[in-house]
Design a protein around this ligand. Structure first.
Ligand code: NCD
Length: 308
């Protein structure tokens, strides 16, 4: 298959395995472009992409912008904090006005779950979800899967555990959908107060003991404690969270075998992960960031050049 079945990338729930595999397979050629002295190809020349960010972001926005520019797209950045949204404009009016300027693709981050779905049904541009509330963050999960595949060769049959604040995490949700589609065995670990109410429906194993979770895992994906979303209310103190669930070098060394550590960033050093782990031999955190640009190039290319 050389073309996606989906028109927009709004999430990984219900995205066919073939589409995920196509994005992951296409990423290799974009990684190669990133190694060249001149990191630019004319693939999206003449296409206009708007980065519509209603929520703060550093790495995801820069990663998308680099991906767009390396594909030669025209790029417009929109930050809600300096826009007419502050004057009371609705989301739909903002999007329709931007679209009236003849935009091809919209990369959107919004605090409301489903914001991308809502607009994609009412606008003609192609939408890529860069994070919608606690719902989905598909390009993050794709870059996580790409990084795991790089190290392990496959996702099929691998044991992957997502650790931390699952309930607030769009990264967890997209990873669960994507990894299960690709044949991985998926587990989550954290205090039960951080599990979403519908966890049982997601088809994952649950651990509340970190050492049992580590025993199970070939790969762990460590999530940030999202203090801005009041995640701190789910346990007594950050120190207690660190003692019960923090990923330390001692815990990993005790396994006596290799284990791969991912983290989507930004990291709270000393809370969910120790610096010695984040910067140590088990970590693939910086390769994740490099792969993020290539994955976004692949997604922009496949969505942006897809025949109707
Ligand atoms: C994540 C996000 O914003 O959802 N980070 C990211 O995209 N780099 C995770 C987080 O904020 O903890």
């Amino acid at each position: 298959m050389s073309s996606l079945s989906i028109q927009h990338l709004l999430g990984l729930q219900n995205v066919p395995k073939e589409d995920i595999a196509l994005i992951l397979d296409s990423t290799d050629s974009f990684l190669e472009i990133l190694e060249r002295p001149i990191k630019k190809v004319p693939t999206l020349q003449g296409k206009t992409v708007v980065n519509l960010f209603f929520e703060n972001s550093t790495r995801t926005r820069i990663s998308f912008e680099l991906a767009e520019r390396r594909l030669s797209a025209d790029v417009v950045n929109f930050a809600a904090s300096s826009s007419s949204v502050k004057k009371g404009e609705t989301l739909l009016d903002t999007a329709r006005n931007i679209e009236a300027m003849k935009v091809d693709m919209v990369v959107m981050r919004h605090s409301a779950a489903g914001a991308g779905h809502f607009l994609s049904e009412r606008c003609t541009s192609k939408f890529i979800n860069a994070g919608d509330g606690a719902h989905e963050h598909p390009t993050q999960a794709l870059l996580d899967m790409c990084t795991i595949r790089q190290k392990h060769g496959t996702l099929e049959g691998l044991n992957v555990c997502i650790i931390g604040d699952i309930a607030h995490s769009r990264v967890a949700r997209s990873n669960i959908y994507g990894l299960l589609s690709m044949g991985a065995n998926v587990a989550v670990c954290g205090p039960p107060s951080m599990f979403p109410y519908d966890l049982e429906k997601l088809g994952v194993r649950m651990f509340t003991d970190i050492d049992q979770a580590l025993q199970f895992s070939d790969v762990i994906n460590v999530l940030r404690i999202q203090l801005e979303r009041d995640a701190g209310a789910a346990f007594p103190s950050l120190r207690e969270y660190h003692n019960a669930f923090g990923i330390t070098r001692r815990r990993l060394d005790a396994l006596g075998r290799d284990i791969t550590v991912l983290h989507p960033g930004p990291i709270n050093r000393g809370v969910e992960i120790e610096s010695e782990v984040a910067d140590g031999p088990y970590s693939v955190i910086l390769p994740q960031v490099t792969n993020g640009v290539a994955i976004r190039m692949a997604v922009l290319f496949l969505i942006g050049t897809r025949a109707e």
